[in-house]
Design a protein around this ligand. Structure first.
Ligand code: F6R
Length: 242
């Protein structure tokens, strides 16, 4: 695992955007695995800025996102589809027909998971997978205790997650109870992984996940076994490492 230390969130975002930009320059028709959440927003902003300056071209890029809530229509501003369009797809010259997320509106879980996994394989796999890190070590929606062998699957969200999400929705009924996510096996099959972590609140989990034992109790710890992982971490998130 290569570890790049960044000064702060902005510096982390710049370094991450540089790595993605290098990937797109080296292989313009690459497949990028993308993530949502607060961590990659600065990276998307930086890529958009370079696109606007004419320094990067996404016209041949294909994307596959890690996850999506089950049951949320695309227009819902809490869907990951909405997030990706707002923060990235609608701001660069990517061909929208080459962007992919699990279809949260497909009620047939087995069919949707099989379709998504097959799609990733048909693209020849993911060249560079972007990841954020949950406080409990989750990656995608792979929560502690899940088997490392899983491919794309449907997860039941933990009660605490549903509770925390309530405030973003008009009514309790709208809060998703399930999500589709790439599994750990799917993530581990990416050729390269770029993991971003920022903030003092993630310092403990950075230490546990990347300097502790590899265990399903800490899903991200499996990344220690991947042959090409780049971790870009800001000083605050690295503060518990000697
Ligand atoms: C996002 C995702 C999640 C987040 C993680 C960290 O697509 O799958 O695993 O990467 O929850 O979230 P933030 O970046 O908001 O701290």
């Amino acid at each position: 695992m290569r570890i790049y230390k960044a000064k702060d969130y902005k510096d982390m975002s710049r370094k991450a955007a540089n790595i993605i930009s290098a990937q797109v320059t080296m292989k313009p028709d690459c497949t990028l695995g993308l993530a949502t959440g607060s961590t990659p927003i600065g990276t998307y902003d930086q890529l958009v800025e370079w696109y606007e300056k004419g320094d990067i071209d996404f016209s041949e890029v294909t994307t596959v996102n890690l996850d999506e809530y089950k049951g949320l229509p695309r227009e819902n501003d809490q869907s990951y589809y909405y997030f990706m369009h707002e923060h990235f797809f609608d701001r660069v010259n990517i061909d929208v027909s080459h962007t992919n997320l699990p279809d949260g509106t497909n009620p047939d879980e087995d069919a949707e998971c099989a379709r998504y996994e097959e799609l990733i394989h048909s693209l020849g796999g993911v060249d560079l997978q972007l990841l954020g890190l949950g406080h409990n070590g989750h990656i995608g929606f792979n929560e502690p205790g899940e088997f490392f062998e899983k491919e794309t699957h449907c997860v039941q969200l933990q009660e605490s997650t549903i509770e925390a999400n309530k405030r973003f929705f008009a009514s309790a009924d709208e809060v998703p109870k399930k999500a589709y996510t790439m599994g750990i096996k799917t993530i581990m099959q990416a050729k390269k992984i770029l993991l971003l972590v920022s903030g003092a609140d993630k310092a403990e989990i950075v230490k546990t996940a990347f300097f502790g034992p590899v265990t399903p109790a800490v899903p991200a710890s499996i990344l220690q076994m991947h042959s090409d992982v780049t971790l870009v971490v800001d000083e605050a998130a690295y503060s518990k490492i000697a």
